[in-house]
Design a protein around this ligand. Sequence first.
Ligand code: FES
Ligand code: FES
Length: 171
Amino acid sequence: MGKRLVSLVVNGRLREEAVGDATLLLDFLREQLGLTGTKRGCDGGECGACTVLVDDAPRLACLTLVARCEGARVETIESQSAGGRMSALQAAFHEKLGTQCGFCTPGMIMAAEALLRGDPAPDEVAIREALGGNLCRCTGYVKIIEAVQAAAGVGTPGDAPRRADATQATR
Ligand code: FES
Ligand code: FES
């Protein structure tokens, strides 16, 4: 298998790494960079556990070649917290009990992050659609939907709107 030098920005940090032509983004993140927050579920594009952002769009890391990410901006769940503080989405998943075993949570949050960047106040249909490729075997999805609504400030009364500073903290 051939190798090449790939240059990309991962969680705000420029990386120049030698990777195999067939190296998957999921393996690169987890094994080469040690960013194990991104989960390997089905390893075949079926579960969404490996969802990361590539240039702001949700992408399945288990189906993405690193070699195709030359010059791209990649964000993983590790980018969500800044200075030990959870992002608005992370806090909402915690407070609304959108996390149980937690295995699907990184992918859910990154898919939701992509949604909220494009649509800061999504309705329930939009949230369900955005998370449609992310499977959870624990929650039944209601708590996850409520968590995204809470982070966006479109849930039940008392939910704080997603603050600009919290949004910035994710980038
Ligand atoms: S591990 Fe990538 S979609 Fe399941
Ligand atoms: S919280 Fe367990 S798979 Fe979603």
